[in-house]
Design a protein around this ligand. Structure first.
Ligand code: GLN
Ligand code: ZN
Length: 768
């Protein structure tokens, strides 16, 4: 138990709050301000003014929406990433002097002289943070002025905000060792906590009465530390932080799941307030969590009842019951930051009329928090509206399609297995006449400015559907011709018709809706517009056959059909909360199986089903991973289940650390699997053993950079792959799709790739 702080702060914790709000702006103001600055169209002053205006505007909107108590509005001050912002504030990055805006963006984006910090996913969300690097003997020089400026700026506009930083345990748990370091980041916890104490003291001096430290590390089983170890770190760090004489009151938050040992450790450390994630999804996984939280004594609870990362209108009455179980004087909040949802449903003008009332984006969720805190007597209209949404959604034919239910009910339960097994299929597929060390690409070819403009013109009604189709066909012709010229063995149509590999299918499947303005920050200035799974999923008609068949008609070489897999479609969408994900996954599996069948009928012999997001949905808790992998693998296998033995099924995954799920990737039972491998220089193939019985295409060309790899370089990577993997089952391909590249570099790189393959093939056929 820590000694209480000496500063007599008395501001109570607000009764209603949130854990964070979208930073990007309702009109994506931050995105455009960043891009104007980076391109030199705007000055640093313009940028600072724009980002300040956006923050102040947000505070005013939140206050008007009912977050009108002091410290109800959290602020992280991030213009690029909140992990980067905290790292700069506590001196984990840029310790030499105060980091300028330009240097901050260099850390985030890199330049010719300095690579960018690595980027990775923030817990199990689609947000990417920058990974701080910690060297041996690191010193942390606190930079509280960053947060003080934020506080002053808000004050000047009449707002008393709650500064929010990533907590020290989470910050280190998510950092990585700098190159050559022998110490683990968490070994630096004591030193880092000193820096937090200085920052907090400065905030207290400035009269700040509440700060928030977010510690989601305690809800995950991380590779760097297990639950018990993290809890010990929490105990040590917060004894120091809360024992400081001069500090504001501290809210510790634990979004993204249920804390276990960490919950008890935090309760013992006794911050002035503790936030817990009580979202529907969290409680479904850990049903006794409400009970465990309710039994904590002497701590002000902040109940994260409104789901911060999904888009469904809350069942206010049920949540109000849960709130009452937690005791009196409990504050209400969101389960996570609202960073993960779009700004407002009000910006959507094309949603189906029955669906719109079911939805709740950031602004609607703020209203829900306020209504939940107020109670049904004070906010009767909000509760009545919530009741209607819950009732109409549950009864809708959109959510429960009898035909879909009949088809999934007829499926075998558990594991499904394509017949015959790989060895026999591989024999049969020799009829495809594919040469040794076959060359192919991952699917997309450069999405030129011209294609984008044509798509926009079509959407705006400026050109007819027929004109649009002609333009796309011209593109397919050019792509096929290019591949023929380069001598690739298995061709693709290039995917010019796809705006996005998930949205394209979502627009064609029943059970999804797409938004006009539902932008969500992915990282920095980059946003995605995830589709929404609103009900049972089915395929009204073929989705890709026309394009693949057209491309095949242009060549005697095989053209690969190109589908996005069930797990990836779900991972990059907002999902239902009324059925388990595995239900939607089965439905997608069947829909894709129908597409596979139609492609076969149209004469397509090779079909790729992309699953780049297979690892992204991996649960944060270890014991839940086998169950997830089981339904994920099953959904993929359903898509391929009835494929003819002669049909060669490919899959594609991209990220380098696939060691964690290598067994699941093998279990997909694809005939050919392409993976990202160039940047790790084939190192990951060391993990590949007999478990990987089928063919493999480790990428030999990093498509993330415009650099054209030389023939020698790629030949060396093929040889490196051959040291781990048999010649007869090795494919030659880039790391991923080429849609972000330009044509000049793509053509040069693919030419070198084919030459590298020829060079290696010439030597191996001599020695074999
Ligand atoms: N077929 C897709 C493409 O080439 C795969 C993209 C991905 O893996 N992210 O664009
Ligand atoms: Zn990829």
């Amino acid at each position: 138990m820590s000694t209480p702080h000496s500063t007599p702060f008395t501001a109570p914790f607000p009764s209603a709050t949130i854990q964070g709000y979208p930073r990007i702006g309702a009109q994506r103001e931050l995105k455009f301000a960043l891009e104007a600055l980076w391109s030199g169209r705007a000055s640093e002053e313009d940028f600072l003014a724009a980002s300040r205006a956006l923050r102040i505007d947000t505070y005013a909107r939140l206050r008007d929406a009912g977050l009108n108590e002091d410290y109800a509005i959290p602020a992280d001050g991030a213009v690029y990433d909140h992990v980067l912002e905290t790292a700069l504030t506590v001196g984990v990055l840029g310790t030499h002097k105060e980091v300028s805006l330009a240097e901050e963006f260099t850390l985030a984006r890199g330049n010719d002289a300095q690579p960018a910090l690595e980027m990775t996913k923030w817990f199990d969300t689609n947000y990417h943070y920058l990974v701080p690097e910690i060297a041996d003997g690191a010193v942390f020089i606190p930079r509280p002025e960053r947060t003080l400026r934020l506080v002053e700026e808000a004050r000047a506009a009449g707002h008393t905000i709650r500064p929010a930083l990533v907590g020290p345990v989470t910050l280190l748990a998510l950092s990585k060792q700098a190159d050559g370091a022998t110490s683990q980041p968490l070994e630096h916890l004591d030193a880092l906590v000193e820096s937090y104490r200085t920052v907090l003291a400065a905030l207290a001096d400035a009269g700040v009465e509440w700060v928030e430290l977010t510690e989601p590390a305690v809800v995950a089983d991380l590779a760097v530390a297990d639950d018990a170890t993290l809890a010990q770190h929490i105990a040590a760090a917060y004894a120091q932080i809360l024992g400081a004489e001069q500090r504001p009151q501290v809210l510790v938050s634990t979004p993204y799941g249920a804390a276990r040992a960490g919950l008890a450790a935090l309760a013992d450390a006794a911050p002035e307030a503790l936030h817990v994630d009580l979202a529907v999804g969290t409680l479904a996984q850990e049903p006794d969590y409400v009970h465990r939280v309710a039994s904590l004594r002497d701590i002000h609870l902040v109940a994260g009842l409104i789901d911060g990362r999904n888009v469904w209108a809350a069942d206010l009455r049920t949540l109000r019951n849960t709130l009452e179980q937690l005791g009196d004087a409990v504050s209400v909040s969101t389960s996570t930051s609202l960073l993960h949802v779009p700004h407002t449903v009000a910006a959507e003008t094309h949603l189906p009329v029955d669906v719109a009332p079911w939805l709740s984006f950031a602004d609607e969720k703020v209203a829900e928090v306020v209504a939940l805190a107020a109670g049904p007597l004070d906010a009767p209209e909000a509760y009545a509206q919530a009741d209607r949404a819950v009732r109409t959604r549950a009864a809708s034919e959109r959510t429960h399609d009898a035909a879909v239910a009949a088809r999934t009910a007829a499926l075998p339960a558990g594991e499904v297995q394509r017949q015959p097994l790989y060895a026999e299929r591989a024999e049969t597929q020799k009829s495809l006449d594919i040469p040794l060390l076959p060359t192919t690409t991952i699917g997309s070819f450069p999405q030129t400015q011209e294609i984008r403009q044509t798509r926009a013109a079509h959407k705006a009604g400026e050109i007819t559907a027929a004109e649009y189709e002609e333009a796309l066909k011209d593109e397919v012709r050019a792509v096929v011709e290019l591949q023929e010229r380069l001598g690739l063995d298995v061709l693709v149509h290039g995917e010019p018709e796809r705006n996005d590999m998930v949205q394209y299918f979502a627009e064609l499947l029943d059970g999804f809706v797409v938004t006009d303005n539902g932008w969500v920050q992915s990282y920095g200035s980059r946003c995605t517009r995830p589709p929404l799974v609103v009900g049972d999923i089915s395929r009204p008609r073929a989705m890709t056959v026309e394009w693949s068949a057209f491309a095949q008609s242009l060549s005697t070489k095989p053209v690969k059909g190109m589908l996005t897999g069930p797990v990836t479609i779900l991972a990059w969408s907002f999902n239902r909360d009324d059925v388990p994900l595995s239900v939607s996954a089965d439905q997608l599996g069947i829909a894709l199986a129908d597409e596979v069948h139609d492609l076969e009928q149209a004469g397509i012999d090779i079909i790729q089903i992309d699953e780049p997001a297979l690892r992204e949905l991996l649960p944060l808790r270890e014991e839940r991973r086998p169950e997830y992998l089981a339904w994920a693998v099953r959904a993929f296998r359903l898509a391929a289940l009835d494929a003819k033995p002669t049909t060669q099924i490919h899959t594609h995954l991209c990220y380098s650390e696939f060691g964690q799920i290598i067994e699941a990737v093998a279990a997909l039972d694809a005939d050919v699997t392409s993976i990202e491998a160039a940047r790790s220089r084939m190192e990951l193939l060391a993990d590949v053993d007999e478990r990987f019985y089928s063919a493999l295409g480790p990428g030999i060309y990093d498509i993330h950079s415009p650099r054209v790899p030389s023939v020698a370089e790629m030949a060396e990577l093929i040889r490196a792959a051959l040291r781990h993997f048999p010649l007869e089952r090795l494919w030659v391909n880039p790391d991923c799709g080429l849609k972000t590249r330009g044509y000049a570099e793509t053509e040069a790189a693919l030419r070198n790739m084919v030459l590298a393959r020829d060079e290696v093939r010439a030597t191996v056929s001599v020695t074999v």
